[in-house]
Design a protein around this ligand. Structure first.
Ligand SMILES: [Zn+2]
Length: 403
């Protein structure tokens, strides 16, 4: 069995034309462009005999085979504004290529397979990341359909404009209808490039803590207040930001980021009385994540006491760690080895649709393909030869699961 590198390359180019201007792709979730991408992919799969439908969350579902629980394989087709060609799209294209290769080889599926393109994974438009897979696995936030984009269009409106009912919770699948989920995705980071290896198998998707810290000091005159008498909220916040870096750095595979910081009132001759900053902490083990948060809270108290300021943390989101399925990990390591790659195990620091089925108890496995140039940028890149290796490994795993 062999995948067709030329076919895969052509399809990457064809899909990239939808929402593409030069190397940049803008294919927002639940937009006309995302719909056009689904139609293109759905057409390829219809031609191979799949029964193709969209569900109530605008996920594309292309089913091969009859009744019974299905093996799902796919990723997403939406992008961030001015994103790249490969994030998400490559996982769908490689799933299609894997199916094509198996069918070209005369393989018959004894268990049903569904190629899936999840809608609005990025959440760039409505603020709900992993939207389509959250809907399918019962993990949507309350009242998700009422969330609006910048123009005031709600998710319900957007779904209706695509021909759906407007209620994405109807996309909920019975867990028993799905026996496994596989996803291929570009790595989006430098580890495989550094190691000189084209593929990896993902061991876990990190848990995420999103919070907002508010530091309260005393607003005062920048000239008249002597240095010993200040309760400067910004200097305290600055020490806390450095503590985030130090504490996260001490834990393997953990990361901590402060990406937003707002001093108030925000004038050059006023000592800041209040500062709020964002907190993004990620780790591949729950106890590590909890330990980082504990240490950070203790450190913030210590800094606050020393500087006469107080601080509080609002929790905005807490996504649990998704350790991926062990038997599927072994299967993917075998199928990657069969295409000649000794794949390392990597933790995913980014969230992926794959975490939703895994958190719903469905065995889930993931392959990373080497990518360069970062991600969520037009210079994100993946070699078609690497992608083809990934598709071939995916096909090997699907053959073992379904044939
Ligand atoms: Zn993605």
């Amino acid at each position: 069995m062999e995948v067709d590198v030329t076919r895969l390359g052509h399809r990457i180019a064809e899909l990239s034309a939808i929402g593409g201007t030069g190397p940049a792709i803008t294919r927002l979730g639940l937009s006309r462009e995302e719909q056009a991408a689904r139609e293109l992919v759905g057409g390829w799969l219809t031609a191979r005999g799949a029964s193709v439908r969209r569900d109530a969350a605008a996920n594309l579902v292309a089913r091969f085979g009859g009744d019974g629980p299905a093996i799902l394989v796919g990723s997403h087709l939406d992008s961030v504004p001015e994103g790249g060609r490969f994030d998400g799209a490559l996982g769908v294209l490689c799933a299609v290529e894997a199916i094509d290769a198996l069918l070209d080889d005369g393989v018959r599926f004894r268990r049903p397979i569904e190629v899936i393109a999840w809608s609005d994974e990025e959440g760039a438009r409505f603020g709900i990341g992993l939207f389509g897979s959250c809907a399918a696995f019962g993990r949507l936030p309350e009242n998700a359909a009422a969330r609006a984009d910048r123009d005031g269009m709600t998710i319900a409106d957007a779904l209706r404009s695509l021909g759906e009912s407007g209620d994405p919770t109807r996309a909920r699948r019975a867990d028993a209808a799905v026996s496994a989920y596989l996803e291929l995705h570009i790595e989006q980071g430098p580890r495989l490039e550094r190691a000189g290896v084209p593929l990896a198998v993902v061991s876990a998707i990190v848990g995420i803590f999103h919070g907002r810290v508010t530091v309260r000091g005393r607003q005062d005159h920048a000239g008249a207040t002597v240095m010993g008498e200040r309760k400067d909220a910004l200097v305290a916040a600055a020490e806390m930001v450095v503590a985030v870096e130090r504490i996260a750095r001490a834990v393997p595979d953990a990361v901590g980021t402060v990406g937003e910081l707002v001093p108030k009132p925000g004038a050059k001759n006023v000592i800041p009385g209040e500062v709020s900053f964002s907190l993004d902490i990620r780790a591949p083990r729950e106890d590590d994540l909890e330990r980082i948060l504990r240490e950070l809270r203790a450190e913030m108290r210590r800094i606050g006491d020393a500087r006469g300021v107080t601080s509080s943390v609002d929790v905005l989101a807490r996504v649990p760690v998704a350790p991926l399925d062990l038997p599927l990990r072994e299967l993917l390591l075998r199928s990657v080895k069969a295409v000649g790659v000794e794949a390392p195990l990597l933790v995913s620091g980014a969230g992926h649709d794959a975490q939703n089925p895994q958190l719903a108890g469905i065995p889930t496995g993931m392959i990373f393909v080497r990518s360069t140039g970062g991600s969520h940028t037009p210079i994100e890149w993946c070699d078609v030869a690497d992608a083809a290796l990934g598709a071939e490994a995916l096909a090997g795993a699907l053959r073992e699961l379904a044939a």
